[in-house]
Write a protein that binds this ligand. Structure first.
Ligand SMILES: CC(C)(COP(=O)(O)OP(=O)(O)OC[C@H]1O[C@@H](n2cnc3c(N)ncnc32)[C@H](O)[C@@H]1OP(=O)(O)O)[C@@H](O)C(=O)NCCC(=O)NCCS
Length: 105
């Protein structure tokens, strides 16, 4: 498995939307709307992939030059509680440091 940054509106982004819809929205009886997805435009979107299948996603939204907000974290149902979420969080901390962010909220 590997982690990569996903480009907004790319084919990988569309795969990540399917995962978010299934894991984060459907259990709440909600859908991912176009308006909701517009919030993703400026996010750094991290995807965990196996071959070219998406296993997990995590968004980092810049709130300022030094602060990132972590949001929309979803791990494929059958892979939950196996350390994947933790790996994405560790990757996020390294990503934040490397890009001069000081804080993640
Ligand atoms: C919550 C979620 C992102 C965690 O990812 P994961 O890969 O399953 O978690 P990990 O195996 O890396 O576990 C990390 C820690 O979170 C805890 N954890 C995992 N799932 C949890 C849950 N549903 N509730 C409470 N704690 C949970 C683990 O016990 C572990 O704690 P520890 O480090 O103290 O042992 C994932 O289970 C998921 O997608 N859940 C459904 C969607 C969701 O709730 N997303 C978050 C809201 S944005």
């Amino acid at each position: 498995m590997y982690i990569k940054i996903i480009t907004y509106q790319s084919s990988e982004y569309l795969k990540s939307l399917e995962l978010r819809d299934k894991i984060l929205r459907k259990p709440l009886g909600m859908k991912l709307t176009e308006e909701f997805c517009r919030q993703d435009k400026d996010d750094f979107i991290l995807g965990m992939f196996e071959e070219n299948r998406i296993m997990a996603v995590l968004h980092l939204k810049p709130l300022s030059d030094t602060v990132l907000k972590m949001r929309q974290v979803a791990v494929n149902e059958r892979l939950q509680e196996k350390g994947i979420g933790s790996k994405l969080v560790l990757f996020s901390e390294e990503f934040a440091r490397n890009n001069n962010y000081k804080k993640i909220v």
